[in-house]
Design a protein around this ligand. Structure first.
Ligand SMILES: [Zn+2]
Length: 276
């Protein structure tokens, strides 16, 4: 994986709808002392323009890029209005999205391994193909942070709407191949429900029990559990642990048969959580 940016990035959540997070990315060391120049920001998956415009105005930020992970409306619904808003301000903006006719108002179509440069932020991202939840799904990786839409969640993974279990497992592996320290910015606060399922699948995982108790406390105070990290997810997320004996046995118990490889175990627990 190439990450050409070494500067720390700042990422802010814009909560929206019931449980979505739109992500706002700024570069931490751009000079903002010039009173006439607004600091630039990129938005990931702005499904609704309203909360984004409110955030831009309250934070005094100039939108310069939109990164889209996949075509679902709760990730793309704000694009058109945000572009109009930028035009009204005379701001240059590029919308990056994977190839799919269902996503309109796109300036740059992206594909696997492409490096996109956002000059206003002095930042670059590598595109990662994450087909599985949808066939067009991509992630954006930069500087120890990955924006992975509806692919990897804390304690879980996205529903498989268009791809196959094999594609989803491959997508998750692309993410777990990133460095352990990578911060994972997924698009939904699903953690508590995911962990309830994870505990049914792997009740003797002490790290999972510990994390579940932490998450309960955080959610009681309405504190976000995102970002998570690749290292934490490898320890607690059953969809990344389908080689573990306890999970293999739980999957076999659910399906009434033997899951004889990682993909079969993954497929079984992905079906199981749909009905959990
Ligand atoms: Zn989706």
């Amino acid at each position: 994986m190439q990450s050409q940016t070494l500067k720390p990035i700042l990422v802010t959540a814009i909560p929206a709808f019931t449980d979505n997070y739109f992500w706002a990315i700024t570069s931490s060391n751009l000079n903002t002392d010039n009173g006439n120049t607004l600091k630039h920001v990129a938005l990931v998956d702005p499904g609704d323009a309203g909360p984004c415009i409110k955030y831009l105005e309250e934070s005094n930020l100039q939108l310069c890029a939109i990164l889209i992970t996949h075509h679902h409306a709760d990730h793309t619904g704000g694009i058109a209005e945000l572009k109009r808003y930028c035009q009204s301000k005379n701001w240059q903006i590029n919308v990056y999205a994977p190839e799919n006719k269902k996503i309109a108002h796109v300036d740059v179509r992206v594909k696997d391994k492409q490096i996109i440069e956002i000059t206003a932020l002095d930042m670059s991202f590598e595109v990662i193909d994450l087909a599985g939840h949808t066939l067009d799904h991509v992630g954006y990786y930069s500087n120890d942070a990955v924006f992975c839409g509806d692919t990897l969640f804390s304690g879980g993974c996205g529903r498989i709407f268009e791809g196959t279990p094999e594609q989803m497992l491959t997508a998750l592996t692309r993410l777990t191949d990133l460095p352990d320290r990578t911060q994972v910015y997924c698009a939904h606060e699903y953690t508590l429900a995911n962990l309830t399922f994870a505990l049914a699948v792997e009740p003797n995982n002490a790290e999972l029990v510990h994390y579940y108790n932490q998450v309960i406390e955080r959610r009681e105070k309405n504190i976000s559990t995102i970002p998570t990290s690749i290292s934490l997810e490898k320890k607690i997320n059953p969809f990344l642990r389908c080689d573990q004996q306890e999970i293999i046995d739980s999957a076999a118990g659910f399906s009434g048969g033997k899951a004889n490889n990682t993909l079969a175990t993954f497929t079984t627990i992905r079906q199981w959580i749909n009905n959990f």
